[in-house]
Design a protein around this ligand. Structure first.
Ligand code: BGC
Length: 616
C-alpha cells in the first residue's frame, strides 16, 4: 500500500529540502536532530533519549488519556501535554461521517505537535465489531457470532478490514478485542465474548490481534494498535453482574481467564485494558500481583496497561489514594472521561500524580517505566514520523462492497442451525409465496446490537448503510416469488413458508444485565401465530446470547441462532436459500431453563451443547 500523508508537519516537509542542498549542510543538519526524532535509531535509544529530555509534567501528561467529550478546549492537549485521547461510546464529532472524524482527530494531533517535544497523541476508539462508531462503516457480527464461525482466519481478515476503515479516519488504536471468557450469560456483555471456552477465545484472540496490528505493530497506516480487554476475569463475575466480583482460586482464574491474554501477547498485542471487575473482592485496577507480577513479569507483556473508563475511581472515594494504588499496581495510562472543573478530571489526575511523586508515594522509576512503555509503542507505530493519517484511498474504501463482502461471509459462517425438520431449509428461491414476520426482520438497529453508532444503540434506522434481513430475502428470491412482509404476523394466508425474525433489543454493558432471559412474550406469540398458518416456519433469533426458547422452538420447523450479525443481512439469506450450507457451531451451551442458566452448571444436559450446529 502506498502511504500518502496529507498533513505532515512542516519540519518533515522542509527537512528533506534542506538536506538536498549540500552534503555538509546535510551533516550539520543531521547533527541537530535529537536521537528521538531520528527514525534510524533503535527504538530503545529513542525512548531513553526522549525520556531524558522530559519534565515530570510532560511524563505524567503521557499517562493521561482524555475523552474528547471532556476536552472543552482542544488547546488542553498542548497545555497538559496529554499523551492520548479517546472517543468513548457517545463522544463524536458534530457531524458523524468519516471526513469529520479525520478532521477532528487531526486537529487534536496538531495541538499535541505544538508541545515542546512534539510528542504525538495516540487516539483510541471502541472498534469492537467494525469501526462501529462511524456512520458509513461496515458492521461485523459481534464477537459471539465470530466465535460461532470457529474461523480464526476469517476473523483476522475482518479485523484487518476494521483496521483499514479506522486508518481512513485517522484513528490508530482500537479497544479490541474483548477477551472475556463469559461464563454466565446473564452478563450484559456476553455478546462481546467469543465464547465460554478459553481455547476458543484464545484462538480468536491471536487472530484478532494480527488482524489489527499485522504480523507486528508497525508504521503502516493500517497497523492499528490492538487492546486486549478486560484484564482479567471480566466474564466470570458472580451472577453475571457487570463490573462485579469473580470469586475463584488463582488456579481457576489462570485456567479459565488467562490463556487468551497469553495468546494475545504471543501475537504481539501492545496494549491491554484493565477490568472494572474484582477478584475475590479486590478491584483489578489495584491488583499489583496480577497487573505487574503476572502480566508484565511472568507473561512478559512489553506494551502498556490502560485503565477502563474512570476505572481508577472505583478504588477509593479518595481519588488521590485511588491513583496511587492503580499506578503502583502497574497501571501505565488512565482513561479519564471528565474534564476541567469536574471531579477526578484529567487535570486532577495529573496534579494528584505529580503530588504523589513529590511526596515519594509513587517512585520516579514507576513513572519512567510507564512512560517508556507508552513511548515505545508510539515509536513502533511511526507516529513521530507520520502523526497524521488520512490517505484518501483508505477513506474512499470505508464501507466498500469489498469490505462488506467479508462481513457477509462472517455472517453466513456465524449462523447456527439449531433445528431443521420436514426439510424446511434450504428454501427454494422459486417459492411462490413467502411471508416474513417480525419487526426485527427490517431493523438494522436490532440486527447490529449495542456499540453501533451509539454506545447503547437503538432499534430502527441506525443511519449507517446496510441490508436488513428482509431486504436480503427480497433480493435473493426469483422475480416470480411474492414476498409479503407482515411485522405483526396478521392474517397470513396462502403462505408456502413463513420466516419469523425475533430477538433482543440493543443494549451495552450493564444495561444488558438480565436476571431472566426468556424470549419476549410478544415474540413467542408471533412464532405461534406463524405456526397457526400451517406453513413451515423458520425462526431466526437475533440475540447477544442464548435465550430460553420455550414453545417457540416447538412452534418452529427450522430454527437459526443468528446472534447480532451487523449490517450485512445477505449472509442470512445465503443460508436460508442454500447458497451456503450452515457451518456455525455454538460458542456456548444453550440452557433449557433459566434455572439451569442461573445455576451456571450445564451438567444436567443443556438444550444444545457447546459446539452444536446442524447443516443440510
Ligand atoms: C468499557 C470499555 C470501553 C471503554 C471506552 C468502558 O465503559 O468497559 O470496554 O473500551 O468504556 O469506551
Amino acid at each position: 500500500m502506498t502511504r500518502k500523508f496529507l498533513f505532515r508537519p512542516l519540519y518533515l516537509l522542509i527537512f528533506p529540502t534542506i538536506m538536498a542542498f549540500t552534503v555538509s549542510v546535510d551533516h550539520a543538519r543531521a547533527a541537530e536532530v535529537p536521537p528521538y526524532l531520528n527514525p534510524h535509531m533503535p527504538e530503545d535509544t529513542r525512548v531513553r533519549d526522549l525520556l531524558s529530555r522530559m519534565t515530570l509534567d510532560e511524563k505524567i501528561g503521557q499517562m493521561a488519556q482524555a475523552d474528547s467529550g471532556a476536552v472543552a478546549d482542544p488547546a488542553d492537549v498542548q497545555k497538559y501535554a496529554l499523551g492520548a485521547m479517546l472517543s468513548g461510546g457517545n463522544s463524536k464529532p458534530l457531524e458523524n461521517n468519516p471526513a469529520a472524524w479525520l478532521k477532528m482527530v487531526n486537529e487534536y494531533q496538531s495541538w499535541a505537535l505544538k508541545t515542546r517535544l512534539k510528542i504525538p497523541l495516540l487516539y483510541g476508539i471502541d472498534a469492537v465489531h467494525g469501526h462501529n462508531d462511524v456512520v458509513g462503516t461496515v458492521i461485523f457480527p459481534h464477537n459471539i457470532g465470530q466465535g460461532a464461525t470457529r474461523d480464526a482466519a476469517l476473523l483476522e481478515k475482518a479485523e484487518h478490514i476494521t483496521a483499514l476503515e479506522m486508518a481512513g479516519t485517522g484513528i490508530r488504536w482500537s479497544f479490541a478485542p474483548c477477551l472475556a471468557v463469559a461464563q454466565d450469560e446473564r452478563w450484559g456483555r456476553t455478546y462481546e465474548s467469543f465464547g465460554q471456552a478459553p481455547e476458543l477465545v484464545s484462538a480468536m484472540a491471536a487472530a484478532a490481534v494480527k488482524g489489527f496490528q499485522g504480523t507486528q505493530l508497525s508504521d503502516r497506516p493500517d497497523s492499528i494498535l490492538a487492546c486486549a480487554k478486560h484484564f482479567v476475569g471480566d466474564g466470570g463475575t458472580l451472577n453475571g453482574l457487570d463490573e462485579g466480583d469473580t470469586v475463584c482460586d488463582e488456579a481457576t482464574l489462570r485456567k479459565l481467564f488467562l490463556p487468551p491474554y497469553r495468546a494475545a501477547i504471543r501475537a504481539g498485542v501492545e496494549s491491554i485494558m484493565v477490568s472494572y471487575s474484582s477478584w475475590n473482592g479486590d478491584k483489578m485496577h489495584g491488583n499489583k500481583h496480577l497487573l505487574t507480577g503476572v502480566l508484565k513479569q511472568e507473561l512478559g507483556f512489553k506494551g502498556f496497561l490502560v485503565s477502563d473508563d474512570a476505572g481508577i475511581d472505583q478504588l477509593s472515594p479518595d481519588y488521590k489514594v485511588a491513583v496511587e494504588s492503580a499506578i503502583n499496581a502497574g497501571l501505565d495510562m488512565a482513561m479519564i472521561p471528565r474534564g476541567p472543573g469536574q471531579p477526578n478530571s484529567y487535570v486532577v489526575f495529573i496534579q494528584d500524580l505529580k503530588d504523589l511523586v513529590a511526596e515519594g508515594n509513587v517512585k520516579p522509576t514507576r513513572i519512567n517505566d510507564a512512560v517508556s512503555r507508552i513511548l515505545r509503542v508510539k515509536f513502533e507505530m511511526g507516529l513521530f514520523e507520520h502523526p497524521y493519517t488520512g490517505d484518501p484511498a483508505l477513506a474512499a474504501a470505508i464501507g466498500s462492497p469489498a469490505h462488506r463482502q467479508v462481513a457477509r461471509q462472517c455472517v453466513r459462517e456465524s449462523l447456527v442451525l439449531l433445528k431443521n425438520e420436514r426439510h424446511t431449509l434450504p428454501l427454494s428461491k422459486k417459492i411462490k409465496h413467502l411471508v416474513v414476520v417480525g419487526e426485527a426482520a427490517d431493523d438494522l438497529g436490532i440486527q447490529c446490537g449495542g456499540w453501533t453508532v451509539d454506545w447503547q444503540s437503538r432499534p430502527g434506522e441506525v443511519t449507517t448503510g446496510g441490508t436488513t434481513i428482509l431486504a436480503a430475502i427480497r433480493h435473493a428470491v426469483s422475480p416470480e416469488t411474492q414476498v409479503t412482509y407482515s411485522p405483526g404476523a396478521n392474517g397470513i394466508t396462502n403462505a408456502d413458508a413463513v420466516i419469523a425474525v425475533v430477538g433482543e433489543l440493543p443494549y451495552a454493558e450493564w444495561h444488558g444485565d438480565a436476571a431472566s432471559l426468556g424470549l419476549d412474550p410478544g415474540d413467542a406469540a408471533l412464532v405461534e401465530q406463524a405456526k397457526s398458518s400451517g406453513a413451515p416456519v423458520t425462526t431466526i433469533l437475533l440475540s447477544g446470547r442464548p435465550l430460553i426458547l420455550g414453545p417457540a422452538l416447538d412452534n418452529s420447523d427450522a430454527f437459526i441462532a443468528a446472534w447480532l450479525p451487523g449490517t450485512e443481512g445477505q449472509g442470512v439469506a445465503d443460508v436460508l436459500f442454500g447458497d451456503y450450507k450452515p457451518t456455525g457451531k455454538l460458542p456456548r451451551e444453550w440452557p433449557r431453563s433459566m434455572d439451569q442458566a442461573a445455576a451456571n452448571d450445564m451438567t444436567g444436559e443443556p438444550l444444545f451443547p457447546f459446539g452444536f450446529g446442524l447443516t443440510f
